[in-house]
Design a protein around this ligand. Structure first.
Ligand SMILES: NC(=O)c1ccc[n+]([C@@H]2O[C@H](COP(=O)([O-])OP(=O)(O)OC[C@H]3O[C@@H](n4cnc5c(N)ncnc54)[C@H](O)[C@@H]3O)[C@@H](O)[C@H]2O)c1
Length: 371
């Protein structure tokens, strides 16, 4: 198959759909890969690296879209991009269609076959193409918090790990899933005093095993969250209730009772945020203060480290992308997990939650694929 990789055009997006490593895998499997000039600049991969991996470089996105049978990207297509998609062309990328009627309409009208990273599943019920970005965001959350605790950054002037004779910062992680586990690992590694709250007992048992006493676990309730948050220097919000807005675990009323200049990192901001006072911020101005408490609420945290994020994302997308390139839409007939990624098929919505959110008719992916 002829596979195309355009340069990302969304503001502040420096990741790339295929790294040179992945291009070499596609070429090795007999596929032709067309890459737009400069597509890998943001991760330090120049055009020569792509040529060495077996790609052909073209100057414009229009050439990529015109020539390719499948487009591999990172971010949802922007208006200029979805206008270049055509009937039957495969699109493999993050889409996040539920809150985006305009893009959804654009993809429907194009007639393309749109497979969304975020709805592909695995055999344990997880979301394998979201997990790498949660790993990155969880680890970054502690870096962001450590920085925000410093005086020159407007913080309280606390070293997160302390030093001998001086206690470390108290880090509370609400939600012990992928984000929470990676945040806790970083915090423990830096020597902080760490507590993880979750509502899932199986998850708390796993965390207890994993951390071997180096992080405390607590059942998440109104009372335990309040107790932990009021004594914290850093609170990481990492909760997720699949398919729902993030539950609000910290109210505005609690801020006044917290230690002054403590830091709230709301990783769940992309699902609406789990602190009442959160509002989405950008890497250019990541923090703001409410009632003397510093808030960090960047909605695309992995965008700050596009090299790490692109490699991590490619490791996860590679087997699915190769399957699509090898067997076209038949790959989704063969693999129920990849099929869960199908959001739009030749003008029809095949993802029930997207259809429901936008008030559109839906057709089962199986029916669309002729199964
Ligand atoms: N801001 C960013 O750049 C960024 C990047 C990646 C992920 N995220 C977001 O981070 C959030 C967490 O993602 P994840 O991959 O870790 O999800 P996950 O499903 O792996 O973990 C979520 C955890 O929250 C727990 N939980 C649910 N309700 C709770 C409550 N009331 N109290 C305590 N725990 C509760 C669940 O039991 C689960 O263990 C999601 O909203 C995700 O979209 C944001």
């Amino acid at each position: 198959m002829r596979v195309g990789v355009p340069r990302e055009v969304k503001v502040q997006e420096h990741r790339v759909g295929l790294t040179p490593m992945a291009v070499r895998e596609y070429a090795h499997a007999g596929h032709e890969v067309i890459v737009q000039a400069g597509a890998g600049t943001g991760i330090g991969a120049d055009d020569a690296a792509y040529v060495a991996a077996g790609a052909r470089i073209v100057a414009t996105a229009a050439e990529v879209f015109a020539a390719a049978e499948m487009i591999v990207k990172v971010k949802e297509p922007q208006a200029a991009e979805w206008k270049m998609l055509r009937e039957g062309q495969l699109l493999f990328t993050y889409l996040h269609l539920a809150p985006d009627p305009e893009q959804t309409r654009g993809l429907i009208e194009s007639g393309c076959i749109a497979v969304a990273y975020e709805t592909v599943t695995d055999e344990r019920g997880g979301l394998p193409l979201l997990a790498p970005m949660s790993e990155v965001a969880g680890r970054l959350a502690i870096e962001a918090a450590a920085f925000a605790l410093r005086k020159p950054a407007g913080g309280k002037g606390l070293l997160i790990g302390g030093v001998p004779g001086v206690p470390p910062a108290r880090v509370v992680v609400v939600g012990g899933g992928v984000v929470g586990t990676h945040a806790a690992r970083m915090a423990v590694g830096l020597g902080a005093e760490v507590t993880i709250l979750d509502r899932s007992l199986p998850r708390l048992r796993q965390l207890d095993e994993l951390f071997q006493g180096r992080a405390r676990t607590r059942f998440s309730s109104v009372a335990t969250i309040e107790e932990e948050v009021l004594g914290a220097d850093v609170v990481v919000g990492a909760v997720l209730v699949p398919g729902a807005s993030a539950p609000r675990v910290v109210s505005r009323a609690m801020l006044g009772a917290m230690r002054p200049k403590s830091v709230l990192v709301d990783v769940a901001i992309d699902q609406g945020g789990c602190f009442e006072t959160s509002r989405a911020t950008t890497h250019d101005a990541p923090t703001f203060e409410v009632d003397g408490i510093i808030h960090y609420c960047v909605a695309n945290m992995p965008g700050a480290v596009p090299q790490t994020s692109s490699h991590a994302l490619n490791h996860a997308t590679l087997p699915f992308g190769l399957a699509l390139a090898g067997r076209g839409e038949r790959a989704m007939v063969d693999d129920p997990h990849l099929r869960r990624g199908l959001n739009i098929h030749r003008g029809r919505v095949t993802c029930a939650p997207v259809a429901q959110a936008l008030g559109l008719p839906a057709i089962a992916a199986e029916a669309a694929l002729g199964m």
